[in-house]
Design a protein around this ligand. Structure first.
Ligand SMILES: *[C@@H]1O[C@H](CO)[C@@H](O)[C@H](O)[C@H]1NC(C)=O
Length: 363
């Protein structure tokens, strides 16, 4: 009797192991994107490092502090003697609200706002020309605006999104060159290169305008998610200020090791309505994050995620140290709106969705 029972038991164990393995295998196949991502994000601090600039320059500012010889000296710089013009150059996205906040923040210190806009995404899909359609909203700045429409087409065989991004950036370079070429000789041109959602603060640009910071410096920005309620840290560095010369070109990559601390705000995924989140999530560069999970696009889930400050793809945050990873996994909402763009606070009702307690989005 005994051997038979043992045999049956081992068969049962075998059967269960088989079923168990099948289920695990099935889950792995079904969720390979999520698993791969979870694994790579969870181990990122071990194999990846933030490739940003390393030489952080301390930044001094208090309300009313003038950008004079003394302040320049505090930062290790000489006061400029040349005439200087400041050009703010952005590629248009759909972020009309942030553009309005940006232009108002920078109006006092920027001479020209250069905007390049296409009717196609980098992947060649048709896209609205948001700026052209809403230009009246920026009428106050009309005499400073230099706008270039860039006709976009479906990608040709062999062409990638990187090619069309490079082409768009080249268009901005050409626009900058032709414009700067018309300035009186002896004029220095400081060009701000950043995305619309990377907003240098007015006093930072005032400082960079007054002081000779060299040829190029990155701007470290306070990094926010969804609104100014969710603060991620000082992890944004791609924005830069550049003294334009004949070799300069419009870029969003590392141009040097120097970065000026605490120079403004970077508000990622700071959209007014839920459909904008869906469009962004469907976008090319993040398509792999969706990984076939259409449920991620459910408006109720998105709304809930925004109000909780969780990752919109239900993934781990992109962090380069475990300290950052853990602190970003459960963010505390900010209750301070001190030190935000002035125009945002002056128009707090209009921009409620960007402020603490304003997480509910229009459907
Ligand atoms: C963009 O505009 C150009 C010129 O108006 C047009 O020929 C082209 O088809 C448009 N592209 C898309 C993707 O709609």
């Amino acid at each position: 009797m005994a051997p038979i029972i043992r045999r049956t038991r081992s068969n049962v164990i075998l059967l269960f192991s088989f079923l168990f393995c099948t289920v695990i295998l099935y889950l792995i196949v079904q969720n390979q994107y999520q698993l791969r991502n979870a694994l790579s994000y969870a181990t990122r601090p071990l194999w990846d490092s933030d490739s940003g600039p390393k030489d952080i320059i301390p930044h001094y500012h208090a309300e009313g502090l003038k950008a004079d010889a003394h302040t320049c000296q505090l930062h290790g710089w000489e006061e400029r003697r040349n005439n200087v013009r400041v050009l703010d150059a952005v590629l248009m996205s759909s972020e009309l609200d942030l553009l309005e906040i940006r232009m108002n923040e920078l109006d006092a210190v920027v001479d020209y706002f250069l905007i390049v806009e296409s009717n196609a995404t980098f992947t060649g899909l048709p896209k609205e020309t948001y700026f052209a359609k809403n230009r009246a909203r920026y009428a106050k700045f009309e005499r400073k605006i230099i706008y270039r429409f860039l006709p976009g087409y479906p990608l040709q065989p062999g062409q990638s999104a990187w090619d069309s991004e490079a082409h768009t950036r080249n268009t901005m370079t050409t626009l900058l060159r032709s414009h700067i070429g018309g300035f009186p000789s002896g004029t220095q041109s400081v060009v701000l290169m950043s995305d619309i959602d990377e907003i240098p603060s007015q006093h930072t640009v005032e400082l960079l305008k007054a002081c000779d910071f060299g040829t190029s410096i990155h701007l470290q920005l306070r990094n926010f998610l969804y609104s100014f309620e969710w603060y991620l840290g000082l992890s944004s560095w791609r924005a830069s200020a550049n003294l334009w010369n004949s070799d300069s070109f419009y870029r969003h990559s590392k141009s040097g090791e120097r970065v000026l601390a605490d120079s403004g705000w970077h508000c990622s995924y700071c959209f007014r309505t839920i459909p904008e989140y869906v469009v962004k999530m469907r976008g090319f560069s993040h398509a792999d994050r969706i990984g076939g999970r259409i449920d991620l696009l459910d408006p109720k889930r998105i709304q809930n995620t925004i109000c909780k400050g969780k990752d919109i793809f239900g993934m781990l945050p992109e962090a380069y140290s475990y300290l950052d990873l853990f602190s970003q996994m459960s963010l505390d909402p900010l209750t301070s709106a001190v030190g935000l763009p002035r125009y945002l606070l002056e128009n707090a009702e209009k921009f409620r969705f960007l402020l603490p307690g304003g997480c509910v989005r229009k459907e």
